[in-house]
Design a protein around this ligand. Structure first.
Ligand code: NAD
Length: 424
């Protein structure tokens, strides 16, 4: 008899499992748990795009609006060949917890388009982006739902998105809608410090963890999976603090360099070529070998479900700092915790991005431009407070940091439901 194909990873189910666990820890009113167990709106659009060859191709796009009880929906847009409803729902729910944890006046949302952005030209990428945002229409807006970059999208994508939305807005209100997306280039209404913000926030969390454990970061080592926006900035910032990145991986393969990579040069190389493959200063290794390399810190900064039980058994690190959303499966997390490896959970560890996105949105609303120092200081304060709250909750309730992070977020959301109650 033929073996059954492996079950697809149920990312949304995983996030719901953590919601249930945290709900019981803080005795969340059950009606709040039920409301939060599904997104408020699920938008799926199909839109045609003329490709360079003249062919018309139909694309499928998603925008999931999970909760807006604390403010407008907020969350990134992903371009990837595996984007699907289940992942985007999971990611949208996680944005709700993340914004609540960071005390931002936002709810959670996420979106994406199912295609490989590396397989199209720049002109096609622009047309796909413009048609997608046109299809989203007034389901988004600076006070409704505010997208940002995620995997496969960047500041350039946001500039096209903003321009499309501005052109769809009535002439008189056009200048007031720059805040429809964040993560824009600085000249087009972005903020200083946004590009590195998620990596910077991750580094803050690693620093607080090190302070707490009496661990000296200077002279320590790290491995990084995913060398895009989050992974590369984390690696560059940590290098200045004496942390050496000795192994890296991305969609094109894995590289090892026991002497430590020069993350600046590698970042430039990836910007130019789109991948780490072919970078001369490292020995190509397999994915299995990558997970076995001994290093103090492992930073998964690629995609969800990368650390299952096997990878968790192989890892030889002291801490897993989740730059990516959902990189550890529940089975992987269980093994890591049993082995005494700490996990800095995604909703806390990668919250620097949305926090600085909020600063961008505030600057757009007030027509202000803050200095990099101002942005950095505010981010550091916000990350430190959230880290403290999560660690205190974990101690008080005797739960892992992930459940504690969800619990802090849910308490904030529950308070608003208690005050406002349910319409009508
Ligand atoms: P990115 O597109 O800049 O980089 C993604 C990286 O993952 C690339 O290096 C890519 O090669 C790698 N990758 C893709 N598929 C892979 C595979 N199968 N195996 C190994 N590596 C693979 O994206 P990003 O913005 O850096 O996002 C990375 C993660 O961080 C995602 O989980 C995202 O949701 C999360 N995140 C991003 C932000 C942000 O501000 N950009 C904020 C919070 C969380």
């Amino acid at each position: 008899m033929k073996a059954l194909p492996p079950l697809k990873y149920d990312f949304f189910g995983v996030v719901q499992g953590y919601l249930d666990a945290a709900a019981s820890v803080i005795k969340l009113p059950d009606y709040v748990r039920v409301i939060l167990s599904q997104p408020k709106n699920e938008l799926i659009v199909h839109f045609p795009v003329r490709m360079d060859s003249g062919e018309i191709r139909l694309f499928k796009g998603y925008r999931i609006q999970h909760s807006n009880v604390l403010g407008p929906y907020k969350g990134g847009i992903r371009y990837h060949e595996h984007v699907g409803l289940d992942d985007v729902k999971a990611l949208a729910a996680m944005m709700t917890w993340k914004c609540a944890l960071m005390n931002l006046p936002y709810g959670g949302g996420k979106g994406g388009v199912k295609f490989d952005p590396r397989g199209v030209s720049r002109a096609e990428l622009q047309r796909i982006t413009r048609r997608f945002f046109h299809a989203l229409g007034d389901n988004i807006g600076p006070d409704i739902d505010i997208p940002a970059p995620d995997v496969g999208t960047n500041a350039q994508t946001m500039a096209w998105a903003m321009d499309t939305y501005m052109n769809m807005s009535g002439g008189k209100g056009r200048q007031a809608v720059r805040g429809v997306v964040t993560g824009k280039p600085v000249a087009s209404g972005g903020t200083l410090g946004r590009e590195k913000a998620t990596g910077q926030g991750l580094v803050h969390c690693i620093t607080y963890w090190a302070e707490e454990k009496g661990f000296n970061l200077e002279g320590s080592t790290m491995t990084v999976q995913g060398f895009g926006n989050v992974g590369s900035h984390a690696s560059v910032i940590l290098a200045k603090m004496g942390v050496s990145t000795i192994a890296i991986g991305d969609h094109s393969g894995y590289l090892h360099n026991p002497e430590g990579f020069n993350p600046h040069k590698l970042q430039e190389y990836v910007k130019k070529t789109g991948a780490i493959a072919g970078y001369p200063a490292g020995k190509p290794i397999s994915r299995e070998e990558f997970f076995k390399i001994k290093a103090d810190i492992f930073a998964p900064c690629a995609l969800e479900n990368q650390v299952g039980a096997d990878e968790a058994k192989a890892l030889q690190c002291r801490v897993v700092a989740e730059g990516a959303n959902g990189p550890c499966s529940p089975e992987g997390e269980k093994v890591l915790l049993e082995r005494g490896i700490d996990i800095l959970p995604d909703v806390l560890a990668n919250a620097g991005g949305v926090t600085v996105s909020y600063f961008e949105w505030v600057q757009n609303k007030r027509s202000e431009s803050w200095t990099l120092e101002e942005v950095d200081e505010r981010l550091e304060r916000a990350m430190r407070r959230a880290y403290r709250e999560v660690v205190d909750m974990a101690r008080q309730k005797g739960v892992p940091l992930r459940v504690a992070a969800y619990a802090v977020a849910l308490q904030r959301i529950a308070q608003v439901y208690t005050e406002r109650e349910i319409f009508p």
